[in-house]
Design a binder for this molecule. Structure first.
Ligand SMILES: Nc1ncnc2c1ncn2[C@@H]1O[C@H](COP(=O)(O)OP(=O)(O)OP(=O)(O)O)[C@@H](O)[C@H]1O
Ligand SMILES: [Mg+2]
Length: 321
C-alpha cells in the first residue's frame, strides 16, 4: 500500500480506507467477554450431554454509543471456532442475534426474534403465541444463546408494565424447564436501570462495562492505536502527532469512546491521503472532525484552545442553544 509521496487516486484511497475500517483492534474486554461466554457455552453443552437442566445465565454488555458494543460481540461470535452460526441450510444455530425493534412492544420483540430464527409469521398473532413459537424454535434449533442488541430501545416511551413483561419473558426463556437459554444483552448504560429494576434478573447477569477511555489510563493504547493504523496505511506520523496535547484532543474529539476514536483516526488518515500529504498532521484530524460534525474551527477540538468544553457528539454544534 506504499505511496511514497505520490498522490493516490480516489480508488486507491478508498481501498486503503476500506482496509482500515475492516481491521479489528484487539482490546482487553474481548478476553473477559470470551471467558464468560465460553463458561456458559461449554457448561451448557456439558449439561446437555449429561442430561441435566440448569437455568441459563446472561451477560450484559453496556457502553455508550461508539464504545464498540456491537463490534465486540460480532467479533466474539464470528471468530469463535466452535460456534454454529445461523445458516439457512442448517437447523442447528448456537446463537441467534437481533436488535430491539421500534416500536418495542413485547409482541414486536417476539416477532423480530422469530425473523432471526428464520420463521416467517404469516398471520398476526398475540404476543403469547409468538413467544410460544420462539421458545419452540429455540429448542428445535438447539439454540444456546440469544443476543439482543440496542436493549435501551425497550425503554423508549414504554410503561413499567411493558418492561416488566419483557423482563418476565426473558426470565422465562432462561428458566425454561426443558431448554433454558442464556441471554446476552447489549446496550447503552441506562440498560442497568432495567436490569436493576428486577433483582431476580440482575443476579442472573454477568456485567461487562465498555468504559470511556481516559488519557491517564489509556495513553499507551491510544499511541498504539494511532501507530497501528498509520502503519497499516503506510503513512508516517508528523512529529507533533504523538504529543500528549494532540492525543488528548483526539480523545476528546472521540468523546472518550474507543470506537469513535478509531473512526477519527481513520478519517484523519483519509484526509491526509486526499491531500497528498506525506505524513499525518494535526490539520488532517481537524479536517476529519469538521467533515464529521459540520463545526466551524472555534468548535473543533483539534483547533479550539478550550476544547474540553466542546460536546464532540453534536452535529452543527454552533446552532446549539
Ligand atoms: N475493536 C475494534 N477495532 C476496530 N474498530 C472498532 C472496534 N470496535 C469498534 N470499532 C469501530 O467503532 C465504531 C463504533 O463501534 P460499534 O458500532 O460497535 O459501537 P456501539 O457501542 O455498538 O455503538 P452504538 O451504541 O451507537 O450502536 C464502528 O465504526 C466500529 O467499526
Ligand atoms: Mg451498536
Amino acid at each position: 500500500m506504499g505511496h511514497g509521496g505520490r498522490r493516490m487516486t480516489h480508488a486507491q484511497i478508498a481501498e486503503t480506507i476500506t482496509v482500515l475500517e475492516g481491521l479489528h483492534y484487539r482490546r482487553d474486554v474481548q478476553t473477559t467477554l470470551r471467558t464468560e461466554f465460553d463458561r456458559r457455552l461449554y457448561g451448557r453443552r456439558e449439561e446437555i450431554r449429561q442430561g441435566v437442566v440448569r437455568e441459563g445465565r446472561g451477560i450484559a454488555l453496556l457502553g455508550a454509543s461508539g464504545s464498540g458494543k456491537s463490534t465486540v460481540i460480532e467479533h466474539l461470535l464470528k471468530r469463535h471456532p466452535e460456534l454454529v452460526l445461523p445458516d439457512p441450510g442448517r437447523e442447528r444455530a448456537d446463537v441467534i442475534s437481533f436488535r430491539v425493534p421500534s416500536p418495542a412492544s413485547l409482541k414486536e420483540v417476539g416477532r423480530t426474534a422469530l425473523t432471526a430464527l428464520g420463521y416467517d409469521l404469516k398471520r398476526d398473532r398475540s404476543a403469547t403465541i409468538i413467544w410460544g413459537i420462539v421458545r419452540e424454535l429455540l429448542q428445535k434449533r438447539q439454540t444456546l444463546f440469544l443476543h439482543i442488541d440496542e436493549v435501551q430501545d425497550l425503554k423508549t416511551s414504554q410503561s413499567k408494565q411493558v418492561i416488566q413483561n419483557v423482563i418476565n419473558t426473558l426470565k422465562s426463556l432462561m428458566q425454561h424447564p426443558e431448554w433454558p437459554i442464556s441471554i446476552i444483552l447489549s446496550g447503552m448504560p441506562e440498560v442497568r436501570k432495567m436490569l436493576n429494576f428486577d433483582p431476580q434478573l440482575a443476579r442472573r447477569f454477568y456485567p461487562i462495562a465498555l468504559r470511556p477511555l481516559s488519557f491517564t489510563g489509556d495513553e499507551e493504547m491510544l499511541r498504539d492505536m494511532v501507530g497501528s493504523y498509520l502503519h497499516k496505511a503506510a503513512l508516517p506520523p508528523s512529529s507533533g502527532i504523538y504529543t500528549d496535547e494532540v492525543l488528548m484532543r483526539l480523545l476528546h474529539a472521540g468523546a472518550y469512546e474507543f470506537g469513535i476514536v478509531i473512526e477519527i483516526i481513520i478519517a484523519g488518515i483519509g484526509e491526509a491521503l486526499m491531500a497528498g500529504s506525506d505524513c499525518l498532521l494535526l490539520e488532517h484530524f481537524a479536517m476529519a472532525f469538521r467533515r464529521r460534525t459540520g463545526c466551524y474551527d472555534g468548535l473543533n477540538p483539534f483547533l479550539a484552545p478550550d476544547y474540553r468544553d466542546i460536546d464532540p457528539r453534536k452535529l452543527f454544534p454552533e446552532w446549539e442553544d
